[in-house]
Design a protein around this ligand. Sequence first.
Ligand SMILES: [Zn+2]
Length: 424
Amino acid sequence: MAYLRSLIIGGSLIAVAGAAAFAQGGAAAAPADTANDPIRILVARLDLEQYKATIKGLTEFGDRRQGTDRNRKAVDWIEAQLKSYGCTPTERIKYTYTTPQRGGGRGRGGAGRGGAGGGPTVPVGGVIATGKSPTPAQGGGRNWGIRTRTGVNTDSLKQPDAAIRAIDSQPATDGEREEVYCTKVGTTHPDEMYIVGGHMDGHGWGQAANDDGSGTALVMQLARVFSDPNVKTDRSIRFILWNNEETGTNGARAYIEQRAALQGKEDPAGSGKYPEPKWLGMIQHDMMLFDHGMPRADGTVSPEQRPEADVNIEFQATSKFADGAQKMAWFFKSANEKYAADYPARVGPHMTNTDSGPFQDLIPAISLRENERGEQIGAGWDPHWHQPTDVYATFSDKDFRLGLNAAQTTLAAVAELTGARIQK
Ligand SMILES: [Zn+2]
């Protein structure tokens, strides 16, 4: 009960003005007049075919591995799309990435990331545990039931499509990196913003269609809807496509290092312009398509999206801003209940291994995914994760629709949080 009470009346726990709506009990208030509800109108502007086409466009650049020409070309393509939506001006963060020496790097690096902890003799997809004894999951919680080996494919010959293999063939080299963003400027509080992110880099000798073409396309489609000049918001929204997530969230860390101190400063003074509005919350989207359930006893996973598929909204219970993050997570779940078409959302406390992580001790931060990252993806629920099979053709409309429902969820929640309306 104490937990529930703090959720409902603890609005003051979040020191952000834009999050005041959380104090309403985590419920996004939908006007009774649903036909004229601006949020419903905006959600209806999301479209499955446009979402799929954006993912398809990203997969033309193969796995978009950081430090390659295909990654740089993908950044250019994303920027051109954002401009075509009217999300201008676009801007870029520049930083240098150097591969850490083996054993000396911070965080997760390279192929060591994402292993479920099984021995290297077990191939990907091979059953390593049936969960009879408790083992800890990444990010907290524990592994339940059947668990299979996961990892990052580094073998080009496992990609059967010669064209994809050729696109993915250039190796990464250390050096300068870029990542692109654009901003919807708020009318009454241009000095405050929510950050809506996904990561555009991938690896594994596929097309990074799901990880994270699906999250990148979601962010781009939200940028399209909010950039309509007739859509006005009180607060600002930044749409950003992180680079170098797969090497350890280096793009998100570079952004924080370069821009945290600029928050809320008017520049030039008296201009009414805020190059870095104060951060109210960070919402990350990473792997949005595939929720086919737990691996079976033989290590295989159902070829069909399970009817119980859901969008997993995670916050990190051990983070400094856990209270605010958890309220934001429940607020998103409420927005899902009101505005998503096909799939529900669930909230979990173990957000991990994604670009919202570097923000979690600075501001309320959450992630949206197809499954919980630690207990489920980490236990082999997505057999395409970092594999040559993460290609556009692997996924069906039922899969793409899960991503679209996540887009509906974030669009509705962010529209409510920023006071979105449609000018007649
Ligand atoms: Zn990812």
